[in-house]
Design a protein around this ligand. Structure first.
Ligand SMILES: O=C(O)CCC(=O)C(=O)O
Length: 391
């Protein structure tokens, strides 16, 4: 794509410096394109509590929006501390039972494995048939430094039961108002995960579109597979962030292999980096073509994802999970999983009593059944993510 890349792309023996050089022009050009888009600013709600229509319009035009000033300094510190605690508690290797301090690794009583691992600076999915082949192209890999660990934690699964600060963030009134504006007031949850990209280690997440269910539905539309909130705990830079192709949520299923071939490399032409400061949250339409590169930069990225769907895209829908299992989401399943939203709202109310809590319409009037307490921690929160929903 650019002359700087010609020798750097010789193969898997790329050093971290080669990788960074190969990305340099693309990052500079993409950054300029990203800041030229009119899709960044605070969450603005009208007197009726609804999202400013101009924000919604920008979201539907580009497929993403960056909200500034979402998380204050104190909450950010609590989120960072919780993520650090969970990463500190990880087993020293994927099959180990103790953490780096020799303590039993975190995870007792947790059914769904909380950690996903990858080889540093690798692309574990691109060009494979994993995840139903939804990552068709391999990204540039690089050789980590000689003293790099063999494995790096790439993902935490189940934020809400791993980290109480994430449960409180889940009840954020501004973000929930955005969810209602995009997916309708009866929006439903999907899953909550943390993407971790340590400096010089973080692997790629190869280009893909999320969503497995409605691509050929007769009533498919631009929002058929919902969206993800991505709250940033550290700077989300061109080198470590998620890139996306603006407007690609409107295109249906995109031929990513062809895009890459036409672009001359896996640096897809026209894509932009989703740049953010700590404490900012972007909202990304899951149908957009998006992905992230190996993090050869010196900057850590930690992103808290919370996903939401329109209810009608999930209710009584039978679909295949990424592991191939068939599942149907009935009313009872959705109702039980949605209680986590109300639990988050109450946990937040207890921590930030001066905020006006969001009213989640499907559970309005049932607040007392969903109070945050030791009892609901055990009954409702523990292993809640066994009820995650995927479309
Ligand atoms: O955070 C990343 O690097 C990848 C995120 C992503 O692909 C997703 O949330 O679907």
């Amino acid at each position: 794509m650019t002359s700087a890349t010609a020798t750097a792309e010789a193969g898997p023996s790329l050093t971290v410096a080669d990788h960074a050089r190969a990305m340099a022009d693309y990052m500079r050009e993409g950054t300029a394109r990203a800041y030229a888009l009119p899709n960044r600013g605070p969450i603005v709600l009208g007197p009726d509590g609804r999202l400013d229509p101009s924000i919604l319009e920008a979201y539907w035009t580009y497929g993403f929006y960056v909200f500034t000033g979402v998380v204050g300094a104190q909450e950010l510190a609590e989120l960072r501390a919780d993520v650090d605690r969970v990463i500190e508690g990880a087993p020293v290797a994927p099959d180990a039972t103790v953490d780096r301090h020799g303590r039993p690794a975190l995870g007792a009583g947790i059914v769904k494995p909380p950690y996903r691992w990858a080889k540093p600076l690798s692309d574990p999915l691109g060009g494979t048939d994993k995840n139903n082949g939804r990552h068709p192209v391999k990204m540039l890999e690089a050789r980590p430094a000689d003293d790099a660990p063999e494995w790096t934690v790439q993902l935490l699964d189940g934020n809400l039961h791993l980290m109480e600060s994430c449960l409180r963030l889940y009840g954020h009134p501004g973000l929930l108002a955005v969810a209602a504006a995009i997916n309708g007031e009866d929006f439903v949850p999907y899953n909550e995960v943390t993407f971790v990209k340590e400096p010089g280690l973080g692997p790629s997440v190869a280009w893909h579109q999320d969503g497995t269910t409605h691509w050929t539905s007769p009533d498919w539309d631009e929002g058929a597979h919902g969206f993800n909130f991505m709250t940033q705990l550290y700077p989300s830079t061109a080198a470590n962030c998620v890139w996306m192709l603006p407007g690609s949520h409107k295109l249906g299923k995109v031929d990513i292999k062809r895009l890459v071939a036409e672009s001359g490399s896996e640096r897809i032409a026209g894509a932009v980096p989703m740049l953010c400061e700590p404490g900012e949250t972007m909202v990304l339409n899951r149908q957009c073509v998006h992905g992230s590169f190996a993090n050869s930069s010196p900057d850590r990225r930690v992103t808290l994802n919370e996903g939401f769907f329109p209810r009608r895209r999930v209710l009584n829908v039978t679909t295949k999970k990424l592991n191939g299992d068939l599942v149907t989401y009935d009313e009872a399943h959705i109702a039980e999983r949605s209680r986590l939203i109300q639990l988050g709202i109450d946990a937040r109310r207890q921590r930030f009593p001066d905020e006006t809590p969001f009213v989640y319409k499907p559970l309005a009037g049932r607040e007392n059944e969903n109070r945050w307490s030791d009892d609901t921690r055990a009954r409702l929160l523990a292993n809640y993510n066994l009820r995650d929903m995927f479309i």
